[in-house]
Design a protein. Sequence first.
Length: 255
Amino acid sequence: MKIFKLAEAEKIADLNDPSTTELHRDIIKNKPFLKRIYTDFYNEFKKSLLSNLEGKVIEIGSGGGFIKEIIPHVITSETFPAAGVDMVVSALKLPFEKNSIGAFLLLDVLHHIPNPRSFLKEALRCLKKGGKIIMIEPAATLWGAFIWKLNNEPFDKKSSWELETKGRLTGANGAMPWIIFVRDRKVFESEYPGFKIVKVSFHTPFRYILSGGLSFKQLLPSVLYDFIKIIENFFSPLNRIIGMYMTIELEKICD
């Protein structure tokens, strides 16, 4: 596997070091296949925001992303100061007034939050009625779970909702979104009646692997990206089995 490792990824000594964000930003920018995946995900956020939302739109855990290129009015945030980040924010103690936010966007972030219950409670407080949380996260499908378990992050479908706090990126459970919104959906609906689950959809079974992600070399020429999307679309009826990602959309219906 070492021959497929990115030279840039070899430079990362500590995933939790804020400087890793800059390295991730460079990797995304210089890997066309991976950058197009991010672009497609940001466009999915944008499409979900087309409804008549009022209030600010906040991205939680912006990291090395480039969401402002797709949705310029988004306020970016991280847990530490960084280039391209508008606010330093903890997802467990959001610095916003009650009923003031139109939407929270999270890309590969929920599964790093140590106490998802605290985040959901805070988000519910801050959102306006009709406001949304839109998340794109790893999916614990049959194929997704197999692949994500090969990753360097924990992936435990039997876990509780809490994480051991080991750091901004190393503290994780990739299966957490599936646990909350699929395995424990009735628990979520019971604990958070103020939210309606608008959508849980599975997608992107092949593109992320072929991009090499943030650690490995791109496996296909960038010109084949659209062709792989066509293949994914052909297999989309099987996404509940083979999807590597899931999109979760919540809407606040009451306090």
